[in-house]
Design a protein around this ligand. Structure first.
Ligand code: HEM
Length: 222
C-alpha cells in the first residue's frame, strides 16, 4: 500500500484522472446503463408500484427473459469493474484523497452557493463537499445493488442474506430504491458535467496535472 502511494506521489505531475480511472469510469457508465434499462425490462414483468411501467423504448430486451440475460451480462461487467475501481482507489489512496474529508461547513456553503447559482468550477482538482457526498452515496448504492441483486438472484443459496434484508420482496424493493438513487444521481451528474464541460473533457482526456497531494498545481521540478 505504502509503495503504491509512494509511486503515485513520486510521479509528480500525474493527471487528475489517470487512464485507469477514465477507463473504469466509462466502462461503469456503459454497464450502469445496461443494468438500469434491462432492470426496467425485468421490472415490467412484475411491477412493484401498481400502474408504474417503463415504455418499450426505455427497456433493454424485447421481453423479460432477454432483459434478464442483459442484466446478468451487465452484472459481471459492473461487479468486476467496480471491484477494480474500489481496489485501485483503496491501494493508491485515491478514494480518500478525492472524497474525504467532508466538512459540514463546506457542505452548507456549497449548497448556499448552488442555490445562488454560484457553481465553483475554477479548480477541477478539488471536489466540493456535495460532490464528494454524492460520489460516496452512489458508490454505496452500487455496492448495495450488487448485494441485494445476489439475494434476489439466488434466494435459496443466500437465504441468510435474504432474511437480513427482511425477506425476498423487501430485498426487491431495496434493489428498486437503489436503482432510483442511482438514476437520480445520474440525472444531476450528467447535467452538471454538461454545465461545466471542462470536467467532462477532463474525464475523457485526463485533465490538469496535479501535485503529489492530488490537488492543485504540480510542484515545479528543480
Ligand atoms: C454517461 C454518463 C456519465 C457522464 C457524462 C459522467 C461524467 C463524469 C465526469 C465529467 C466526472 C468528473 C467530475 C469532476 O471532475 O468534477 C465524473 C466522475 C465520477 N463519476 Fe461519472 N459520468 C457518467 C456516469 C457515471 C455513472 C453511471 C456513475 C456511477 C453510477 C458515475 C460515477 C462517478 C464517480 C464516482 C466519479 C468520481 C470518480 C473519481 O474521481 O474517482 N458516473 N463523471
Amino acid at each position: 500500500m505504502r509503495r503504491a502511494k509512494a509511486l503515485l506521489s513520486s510521479r509528480n505531475g500525474r493527471r487528475l484522472h489517470p487512464l485507469a480511472i477514465r477507463i473504469m469510469h466509462w466502462i461503469n457508465a456503459g454497464a450502469m446503463l445496461v443494468m438500469i434499462t434491462s432492470g426496467w425490462g425485468i421490472y415490467d414483468d412484475d411491477v412493484i408500484i401498481k400502474g408504474m411501467h417503463f415504455g418499450q423504448s426505455l427497456r433493454l430486451g424485447d421481453w423479460a427473459v432477454w432483459s434478464l440475460n442483459w442484466h446478468f451480462a451487465g452484472m459481471w461487467l459492473l461487479t468486476i469493474n467496480g471491484l477494480c475501481y474500489l481496489a485501485y482507489g483503496i491501494v493508491t489512496g485515491r478514494l480518500r484523497e478525492r472524497l474525504l474529508p467532508i466538512r459540514l461547513s463546506d457542505f452548507i456553503q456549497t449548497v448556499r452557493d448552488t442555490l445562488h447559482f454560484r457553481i465553483q468550477h475554477a479548480d477541477l482538482t478539488n471536489y466540493n463537499a456535495v460532490q464528494k457526498l454524492l460520489y460516496i452515496v452512489v458508490i454505496v448504492a452500487g455496492i448495495s445493488q450488487v448485494v441485494t441483486g445476489l439475494a434476489i438472484w439466488k434466494p435459496v443459496q443466500f437465504s441468510g442474506l435474504v432474511s437480513i434484508l427482511g425477506g425476498f420482496q423487501s430485498a426487491r424493493v431495496i434493489h428498486f430504491l437503489g436503482m432510483a438513487v442511482i438514476v437520480g444521481f445520474l440525472i444531476v451528474h450528467v447535467l452538471l458535467s454538461l454545465l461545466v464541460p471542462q470536467t467532462l473533457w477532463a474525464m475523457l482526456a485526463g485533465g490538469p496535472r496535479v501535485g503529489p497531494s492530488g490537488h492543485g498545481e504540480p510542484e515545479t521540478r528543480q
